[in-house]
Each structure stands twice: as C-alpha cells, then as structure tokens.
Ligand binder design. Sequence first.
Ligand code: GLC
Length: 411
Amino acid sequence: MAENKVLTPEEKDRIRRMKWWHQAKFGMFIHWGLYSLIGRHEWAMENEGIPVAEYEKLAKKFNPKPNAARDWAKLAKRAGMKYMVMTTKHHEGFCLFDTKLTDYCASKQACGRDLVAEYVNAAREQGLRIGFYYSLMDWHHPDGAKCAKDEAARKRFVKYIHGQVRELMTNYGKIDILWYDVNWPLTPEQWEAAEMNRMVRELQPDIIINNRTGLPEDFSTPEQHVRGEPEGRAWEACMTMNDSWGYHKADDAWKTPKRILRNLITCARDGGNYLLNIGPKPDGSVPEESVRILNTIGGWMDKYGHTIYGAERCNVKRSAFANFTRKGNTLYVHVYFWPGQEWAIGGLRTKVLSAKLLPKGEPVDYEQDEFRVKFSGLPEEAPDNPISVLELECASVPVQDMVFVRMNRPR
Ligand code: GLC
C-alpha cells in the first residue's frame, strides 16, 4: 500500500530518520528524580500535596553515586534493548542536567554533577541510542500554573522551557529521541510547540520527536497498554515493570518476564516499539527485582532477539496460546502457553515451505490444508521458557483469514 503512494519530502525524511528506531523495537525508560528519595511514586509531590518549599529540601539530599547510569546502560544492553530514554526533568521541575536557567538542578545542588551528562556517556559506552524525556508541566516553576491565565507568565515560562530544550539539544552531542511529557496547562499553540520543534530539528536534524506537546510529530505514545496505530503511523508503548515509574519502596506489583515478553512481541507484531521502565533508587541503583526480570529477558533475547528486531507488521494474530512476528515471508510463532505434541494455527492462507523449532532449528512435522497448518511430533513439555518459538518459512507474506475458515469449513 505504501508503495503506490507518492511521499512528501517530510515523509521521506521521517522514513530516513526512523529507520533505526523501527529496527530497534525495544528500549529502556528511566524515571529518576528527587521523588526517588520519597520512594512513593514520581507523583508524590502532587498526590500528597507537598509544598514547594518542603519538597525543595530533597535537592539538598539527592546525591547519587557517580556514574550509576553505567549499570543501567549495561543492564539495558544485557536485556537486548537498543536505546534509552531518561527523565531529564519530570513534573517536579528538578533538572538532572546543568542548566543556566535555574539553580534547581543537580549540578547546583547537593549532587554537584550533571547527571544527564553521565547518562549520555554511559549510553554511548554501550552503543545505545539516546533519548531525553522532558516534562513540559512543571510543579516547581513560579509560572508553571500561572501561565494558563497570565500572558506575561506564559511568555516567561515558554521562554524558560524553550531555553531548556535548547540547552538539552546543544550540550550533549547527538541526541536520538526527544520524549516530551504532559503539556498541561497550555495548548500546543500556547507552548509555541511548532517553533520549539523547528528549533530542535535545526539543532538535531536526525532526531525523533514524540507527540506529547500535543502535535503529532513522529510517533504516538500509548501508556501502560499495548494498542497499535494504523499502518503509516509509528508508535511506542511505554510501560512500568510494577505500577510506578519512579522508585516506589513498597510497590511489589511486578510483571513476570513472560508478561513483558508477550507485550514486546505484540508491539513487534503490530509495527510498534516497547519502552520498558526502571525507577532507580536515590543512589542510582536499580531495584533488584527489575534487574532479575531484565536478565531473564536478556537470556531469551540472546536466543530469539532476531525474531523481534526488524520485525514488520504481521497480519497473523489469532491463537489462544501463541502470538506472532514476521520478517518478510518468515513467520515466527511465539508459544507462551505450550499445548503439547500436537496443535494447529487456523486460517493461514499461505503455503508453509518449512517449519523449525528454534533456537536450534530442528525440523517440525506438519500438514497443511486450506483451513489450518497442523504440527505434530512436538515435545510434550514446553521446549523453552518463558516462550518457545517456531519458525515457518512461507511461500509469500503470511496471511491469516479467519472469516474464510468460518464461512467455508466443511459442515
Ligand atoms: C505520565 C505520568 C508520568 C510518566 C509518564 C510516562 O504522563 O504523568 O509520571 O512519566 O506518563 O509515560
């Protein structure tokens, strides 16, 4: 479909800029700020009604160990992630970067270092792409709420925000992703978001920008759920491993590695990316449970990552025990509830040329008719954990048609 369409120069440029990102599929989100000292979610300041003067004291205490980001970057690489996105400033307004525009930043408070610089270096050391999260909403800045009703305040605040974005886009070399968040309380016009992004693209011609200024830009950002966008629109699902983005001492709602991998597979199947979060502790160390989960995921990605990276949109979706990814004519069957020796995929309207069990590639017996492809002689128990994978080489792009099955199955 995309082939017949004449592309505008902007669309062509977007395809060029986003090539690596579509290939990458899997990234690490990092939520880190003063809220980690409270240890009750990154919204603690607002949820618990903490006054600015009281909250600010945390900046006198926040002094993480040097280069904690190195461990994040190694962990991300270990997990098979290809990029990182770190909160340079969350809603609390505290900047982890060195800024000339406020003293409320890591370099001018207890820490005395530029934590964004440490992060950028760590990501580069591991060969990972670099993203900056930046919250437009600001609970600390004197004009952060007033700007909604007072034009002079709006002008000052927008100047501050644009100025900080300029600093971020100027002081750290090549940045791959700009990940805005919450545009309360202004409209994109009031934020002068189009002008801001024009500046960003002048400074960083290859950058990829998300949609949270309120302008669509390069990709959509479904949060805490995996629901794709129609073909032609890029998207990235962001998700926590427990229920909090920032460090939360007591939140034990951890997802299993299987759940997380299933989400990643669904993203890859539907043309999206998966941005999975860690919330480091005040000293910068990663919660043990997150480390354990990411190591397990890394073990699986070592064997099966090639079924994820570079996957293309896949029309095969229906099964109650498996999910699918596709590369060209190759279909990968990701079996998360292993059914045993014999089972089938219905409605596959493409000729299967060969079937193999990964990672080793032992041939799998199968029979195919117009309604199903049926496998036999498979192990009774799941051959791998948490998800086993079959590779089906097909004669053309695999297509599943369940309506055909329902209409035509002999009765
Ligand atoms: C939200 C939340 C926030 C989190 C973000 C991640 O908008 O306000 O705390 O940073 O989503 O997508």
